[in-house]
Design a protein around this ligand. Structure first.
Ligand code: NAG
Ligand code: NAG
Ligand code: NAG
Length: 207
């Protein structure tokens, strides 16, 4: 009886691990239709058009780092299509802090300006580059990466993703703007509570 329960557990774990492996190697799941229509939406050319980037036309130059996305949340027609895009604007001296996209690589095309970029692989090796206008850089799927505009002038980039919903895990926010206990963070970063609380205070919503 005990061994039967064990083998059933083992069998379920085996199935689960295949499911996880499949999820890990696939892009967005394939859909069985041309597109997925949300309820009560008229399907015509407008459904397949995203106009949100019009905010960029004639806009003031960015002061810090600003991002405009056309992903699943903003553009429902992308559901099941495994693509999305973002426009990244960097004011002089601004940074897009270290973060990962759990579901996609990122292909960044620098349209204007210069941009320092980098990612860290799973062996903890850092790869960096100073991109010039027209350069394209790939941030590998799931790996921690950042962008920094060290120049005074604005930098403008367009990033393409191989998922409609690449996801964003921002390290500062994930680590110091959630409720992970101060002692866990202090031990992990080999520092004291005061330092952790200082870091947390810097990211907390301003009252
Ligand atoms: C969608 O349309 C159906 C039928 O026309 C209606 O019953 C339902 O309330 C609508 N749902 C929303 C969220 O508008
Ligand atoms: C940066 O840009 C500002 C505004 O255009 C200008 O006043 C300033 O001199 C520039 N600084 C440098 C170091 O180029
Ligand atoms: C910290 O989290 C709060 C609540 O989720 C959010 O409103 C705020 O924007 C976050 N801070 C930063 C710097 O992202």
């Amino acid at each position: 009886m005990a061994s039967k329960t064990f083998s059933m557990k083992f069998f379920s774990l085996l199935i689960l691990s295949f499911v996880i492996m499949k999820m890990a190697i696939a892009g967005d799941p394939d859909i069985l239709f041309d597109f997925i229509a949300p309820p009560n939406v008229t399907i015509d050319g407008n459904f397949f058009t995203f106009t949100g980037m019009s905010a960029l036309v004639g806009a003031d130059p960015p002061t810090g780092f600003e991002v405009l996305k056309a992903s699943l949340a903003e553009f429902p027609a992308l559901n099941g299509q495994s693509v999305s895009i973002a426009v990244l604007e960097f004011g002089g001296g601004s940074t897009n802090p270290p973060h990962t996209h759990p579901r996609s690589a990122e292909l960044l095309f620098l349209i204007d300006g210069t941009l320092q970029v980098g990612f860290v692989d799973t062996t903890n090796k850092l790869f960096t580059q100073t991109l010039q206008t027209s350069d394209i850089f790939v941030f590998l799927k799931g790996l921690v990466h950042f962008q920094y505009n060290s120049a005074n002038a604005t930098a403008l980039a367009v990033s393409a993703f191989g998922s409609a919903n690449a996801g964003l895990v921002s390290l500062p926010n994930t680590l110091f703007n959630t409720s992970i206990a101060d002692n866990v963070l202090a031990l992990s970063f080999k520092t004291d509570f005061a330092t952790i609380q200082h870091l947390k205070a810097g990211l907390a919503p301003k009252p």
